[in-house]
Design a protein around this ligand. Structure first.
Ligand code: SF4
Ligand code: SF4
Length: 169
């Protein structure tokens, strides 16, 4: 194991500098020097008043492969959840308010239900080893890929698929 410092939590009171026997915590970069860390002796972890230091493992266990049948079932379930989400969102849209009002209670309930169905679908996708998180970062990544179209020898750039994905996220 070795120690890492979360620089956002560090208040720079330097307690870790005094307790570390190797000087691993005293770095100009703000990060603990992994090569000097003594197998995670944790003196710095216990000394830090801001809980900015944690220990992490050198090697993490390899993620075991999923049974293909389980994966297929998860993806089929995810597809069903996606269809349900579309239906519920349609109900929410049909009864939503106009002119900036929040809409009926039914619309709000449908919206909440759609979000909950989406969470279940995302869990299935994650369990099936496939998930692209929704959000600005994912959209920007896809837009960049579409703009740059990186080429891989022997492969066709999947432009249509990326466009479709971008439309769904
Ligand atoms: S003891 Fe904690 S808060 Fe203080 S310098 Fe070290 S990491 Fe930062
Ligand atoms: S775990 Fe021990 S050796 Fe490693 S940085 Fe902290 S005090 Fe130093």
């Amino acid at each position: 194991m070795y120690a890492i410092r979360n620089i956002r939590l560090c208040t720079k009171d330097c307690a870790c500098l005094f307790v570390c026997p190797t000087g691993a915590t005293d770095t100009e970069t703000g990060q603990i020097d992994k090569d000097k860390c003594l197998d995670g002796c944790r003196r710095c972890v216990d000394a830090c008043p801001s809980h900015a230091i944690s220990l992490v493992m050198d090697n993490y266990p390899v993620h075991p492969p999923k049974n293909p049948e389980v994966k297929e079932a998860l993806l089929a379930f995810m597809d069903r959840k996606y269809a349900e989400e579309l239906q519920v969102r349609a109900i929410a849209n049909a009864s939503k308010g106009t002119n900036g009002t929040k809409g009926t209670n039914g619309a709000r309930l449908a919206k909440a239900l759609a979000a909950s169905i989406r969470t279940v679908a995302e869990d299935c996708a994650r369990e099936a080893d496939f998930l692209i998180p929704q959000g600005k970062a994912s959209r920007e990544l896809l837009q960049r890929l579409l703009a740059e179209k990186p080429q891989v020898a022997g492969k066709v750039f999947p432009e249509a698929e990326l466009q479709e994905l971008l439309g769904l996220l």
